[in-house]
Design a binder for this molecule. Structure first.
Ligand SMILES: [Zn+2]
Ligand SMILES: [Zn+2]
Length: 193
């Protein structure tokens, strides 16, 4: 487990209407998979300055900047959960975005509630996907990069299909990295899924 875990508390910020059960599920997975405590920070509305009015999506990078500008006491890593769809300029959408080796990440729940054919997913599918995207972005905050193992949580996934194909677990190499002394933070890897 993460060596300096006692230094980290993950703050969860609901941005928009986020079901309380999702917060609980993500919190439980962060404790179970990373052995880190979480705290639920005050919920926020969607920051309209982050809305791209042409795309009618929210800019993931701007949401991260917005989270950086908020002073969250007692939390060293911040995960924003957004009800709306997110994008970065070169992608049609992203499921999440994180500062590589940094402190702020964001995930969108918008697409996690639907199957490829547009029908609504079960709650169990929705919760599992939410946990996967959250643990993936937190992996980036702890400086894990994308993994070639197509079953690993750190494998890049930009769609529901690929997200469903990965397992709800880090591969042994990524797990070893999380358990060992971590590399110093490197430059951001940019757009993410
Ligand atoms: Zn891996
Ligand atoms: Zn990623």
């Amino acid at each position: 487990m993460i060596k300096d875990r006692e230094k980290h508390t993950v703050g969860l910020v609901a941005i928009g209407r986020i079901p309380e059960m999702v917060l609980k599920v993500i919190s439980g997975h962060i404790l179970g998979y990373l052995n880190l405590p979480t705290c639920c920070l005050p919920a926020q509305g969607l920051p309209q300055a982050c809305l791209d009015e042409k795309r009618l999506q929210y800019d993931a990078g701007k949401i991260i900047q917005h989270l950086e500008s908020c002073a969250f006491a007692d939390c060293t890593k911040i995960l924003g959960l957004v009800e709306a769809d997110l994008f970065v300029p070169i992608f049609t959408h992203v499921l999440g975005e994180a500062q590589q080796g940094g402190d702020h990440a964001v995930i969108s729940l918008s697409r996690l509630q639907y199957r490829n054919n547009g029908t609504r997913s079960s709650e169990a599918e929705f919760y599992e996907r939410s946990a996967k995207v959250a643990l993936h972005e937190l992996g980036h905050l702890f400086n894990l990069f994308h993994c070639r193992d197509s079953h690993c949580l750190m494998h890049f996934s930009g769609t529901i299909e690929t997200l469903d194909a990965i397992e709800l677990n880090y591969c042994p190499a990524c797990r070893n990295f999380l358990d060992g002394p971590r590399r110093p933070a490197l430059a951001s890897i940019g757009p993410d899924g």
